[in-house]
Design a protein around this ligand. Structure first.
Ligand SMILES: Nc1ncnc2c1ncn2[C@@H]1O[C@H](COP(=O)(O)OP(=O)(O)OP(=O)(O)O)[C@@H](O)[C@H]1O
Ligand SMILES: [Mg+2]
Length: 292
């Protein structure tokens, strides 16, 4: 929770920039857009990206839900200064509805937490995952944008999401280990869902030259071995402002919007495919189908 000092300081920032401008809901936009955020290697900055994107898009006037699917090892609630009573585990067990498990964060964005140390969520069975996806389906009618933060790697539930999503943000670093694991994730994503739009963010880069060199490696390997390549959304510098924001439990785009990292993340939030991240059928219906 924000303390009184933080709240007073942030009050001007906590207002949406413009009144929400929702397009009237037609059959074409009846469901939320869905963007998955994933990486190969751990610790590349997915949760920092996801929590800040949720806040940034709320500020742009959208009703945003962040689902922390780093199930069992969730930390988005910490990054947002929240203390949820319920999480995906409770929803999966049928103890609460998805709606009742939501907690409100900065700028009105909602979080569905992933839970900490819950075994069932770490290795869900196909049946459990199906039940969870079914329980999450109503969320698509209540939000404009659903952002899903994944755990690192190619777990069963991540692959089910990849099979269903129209849009993926792949967060990597410029080091060869992160690039190699990121490439493996991209390859798997293309295997399960070739029509997906994939954007890469090179996070925590020491400078633009190294970010560009990392991206060149990624792009060249993808093109050479898979015959396709993702697009570069941008790069985010390694910035102490991010660490400070984690300590304060306030996303950096809120607590230090002029920092280099916050400005770069804001640009990621404006990536045009996020405005079109929708398919002809509901995301969670497709995710359930992918389990069969
Ligand atoms: N641009 C950045 N500059 C400086 N530090 C950063 C930056 N991005 C992320 N970090 C730091 O890296 C750490 C890991 O970030 P984060 O938790 O978002 O990674 P993750 O990919 O979600 O990890 P996991 O795979 O465990 O889910 C955070 O503690 C954060 O402070
Ligand atoms: Mg994370």
């Amino acid at each position: 929770m924000l303390n009184r000092f933080q709240f007073t300081r942030l009050r001007p920032l906590l207002r949406p920039q413009a009144p929400p401008q929702q397009a009237p809901r037609s059959p074409e936009n009846a469901s939320a857009r869905v963007v998955c955020i994933a990486s190969g290697k751990g610790g590349t900055g997915k949760s920092i990206m996801a929590s800040n994107l949720a806040v940034a898009r709320s500020r742009m006037g959208e009703r945003v839900l962040l689902v922390d699917f780093d199930a069992g090892l969730a930390n988005a609630h910490l990054l947002l200064g929240l203390a949820p009573d319920f999480d995906l585990g409770h929803v999966m067990e049928g103890r609460v509805s998805a709606r009742d498990a939501l907690v409100e964060g900065p700028l009105g964005m909602k979080l569905l937490s992933g839970g900490v140390g819950r075994d069932a969520l770490v290795n869900p069975t196909r049946r459990e995952l199906d039940r969870l996806f079914k329980a999450l389906r109503p969320m698509e009618d209540q939000f404009d944008l659903i952002i899903i933060d994944h755990g690192a790697g190619l777990g069963y539930s991540t692959v089910a999401h990849l099979a269903a999503t129209s849009t993926l943000i792949l967060v990597t670093n410029h080091e060869v280990t992160a690039l190699s694991d990121g490439y493996a994730l991209y390859k798997r994503a293309m295997m399960v869902n070739k029509s997906m739009r994939v954007g890469v963010v090179i996070n925590r880069a020491p400078d633009e030259r190294l970010a560009q060199a990392g991206w060149d490696r990624f792009r060249t390997a993808s093109q050479r071995f898979l015959g396709s390549q993702p697009e570069l959304i941008g790069w985010v510098p390694a910035d102490p402002a991010v660490g400070h924001s984690v300590q304060q439990r306030i996303p950096v785009t809120l607590c230090d919007p002029e920092s280099a990292a916050a400005r770069a993340i804001q640009k990621v939030a404006e990536w045009t495919p996020i405005d079109h991240a929708r398919s002809t059928s509901a995301f969670y219906d497709r995710a359930r189908k992918s389990l069969r």
